[in-house]
Design a protein around this ligand. Structure first.
Ligand SMILES: [Zn+2]
Length: 236
């Protein structure tokens, strides 16, 4: 079995600082995403699953339509497997309704100046994200017990919560601990990958200019996100 844990905005510097051993595995490092003009989630995951730079194609859809991207199985490396399962990946089978609600609540957060109202909205935002995270985690752990040759679980919590809470180290550490716990359950050849990391902007977080990778089988150096399709095909 090959397991991929796809973690949005998992930050190399925080994995180091918190010393998350299961996320680091045997080999770990940063990815090179300098071929992209900006670290955009939808562009990066689409490029990961197809093994080619999808920036132009995704941006051509426009800001709104971009999030509705659904790349067909036959255009991804997942199709090389007999019985793959992919859980909640942007650009493939992501929960569009969840994402829409997150964006709406974030908009509300930035449209009020009242600190009390802001706190209330942030709590609602965080709860929505944590609830979704629990559902995805459950599906992922169940898939690991089934008869698949490829399991991919996508976790958005570090990105979604990070955007409004990155300055809250305690909360971020709690999230990284839970992701580390998920990593401890992975089976077979394991790749952990983020699209980009996150850097602090006051209390908030913004995407950083590199991603994180780790494996339990090979040192990949400083890979591009488009290299993983080939890496995974080689060990399949
Ligand atoms: Zn992202």
């Amino acid at each position: 079995m090959i397991t991929v844990i796809a973690i949005d905005a998992l930050e190399y510097a925080l994995v180091q600082e918190f010393d998350m051993k299961n996320l680091k595995q045997e080999y770990y490092g940063k990815t090179d995403i300098s071929e992209f003009s900006q670290p955009r989630t939808m562009v990066l995951w689409s490029s990961f699953m197809t093994g080619k730079n999808m920036e132009e194609e995704i941006l051509a859809k426009g800001d709104k339509e971009m999030w509705n991207t659904r790349i067909p199985l036959e255009d991804t490396f997942f199709s090389k497997f007999d019985n793959p399962v992919v859980i909640d990946l942007p650009g493939y089978n992501y929960d569009l309704e969840q994402h829409k609600r997150e964006r709406e609540i974030m908009k509300q957060f930035f449209s009020t100046e009242d600190p009390e109202e802001k706190n209330k909205i942030r709590t609602e935002y965080n709860n929505l994200s944590f609830e979704h995270h629990r559902t995805v985690k459950e599906k992922f752990l169940k898939a690991l017990e089934e008869d698949h040759d490829f399991v991919l679980g996508y976790f958005s919590v570090a990105d979604v919560i990070g955007h409004l809470n990155f300055g809250n180290k305690l909360l971020m550490k709690m999230i990284y601990r839970d992701l580390d716990d998920i990593a401890s359950k992975a089976k077979g050849d394991v790749i952990i990958l983020s699209d980009h990391g996150m850097k602090p902007v006051g209390m908030f977080g913004d995407h950083s200019e590199y991603g994180f990778w780790s494996t339990n089988f090979k040192d990949l150096g400083t890979p591009r996100i488009t290299d993983f399709a080939k890496v995974i095909r080689e060990i399949a």
